[in-house]
Design a protein. Structure first.
Length: 156
């Protein structure tokens, strides 16, 4: 039996689909982080609004508030339009990405975040919790396919 030289194996692996250079992986992560940031800004007072928010959601998007119902894209977009139409906005958002992994055309992101909300009368509430999100690369950019979230326990 004849063994393939190690250098040739390295070239074959690097050229195989699904294997990307460090520069390519870094570029995709930068693009993903930019998409996540733009998505987070859509419902702020200066944000582009529900239409821009919806554009980041893949056609097969769903959200699960752990312990509750799964919400499909259309239902979420309608709720966001109603919420935004009533004058509500995300007044602040802080997030800490705990893990970000890109595999092929998918990215898996685990994060902790705090959002506060406001309307013309002032602050209306906050959400503090954990989110596991799946993003998919598409010709028009990264799109959110799924998000699962759970509210964090109250701080003492």
């Amino acid at each position: 039996m004849r063994l393939v030289p190690t250098a040739l194996c390295a070239v074959l692996i690097a050229a195989a689909p699904g294997f990307a250079s460090d520069d390519a992986v870094e570029a995709r992560e930068i693009e993903l982080r930019a998409a996540m940031s733009a998505f987070a800004q859509t419902l702020t007072p200066d944000g582009a609004g529900p239409e821009a928010y919806a554009a980041f959601l893949a056609p097969d998007y769903s959200r699960w508030a752990i312990g509750g119902d799964v919400i499909a894209r259309a239902e979420l977009v309608a709720a966001v339009e109603d919420w935004h139409g009533a004058g509500n906005r995300v007044s602040s958002r802080e997030s800490d990405i705990l893990e970000l992994t890109i595999t092929g055309d998918y990215a898996f992101v685990r994060s902790y975040f705090v959002e506060t909300f406001e309307n013309a009368d002032g602050p209306t509430g906050a959400f503090r919790g954990f989110v596991a999100a799946t993003w998919r690369a598409a010709p028009e950019g990264w799109r959110l396919v799924r998000s699962d979230q759970i509210q964090a326990p109250e701080e003492e």
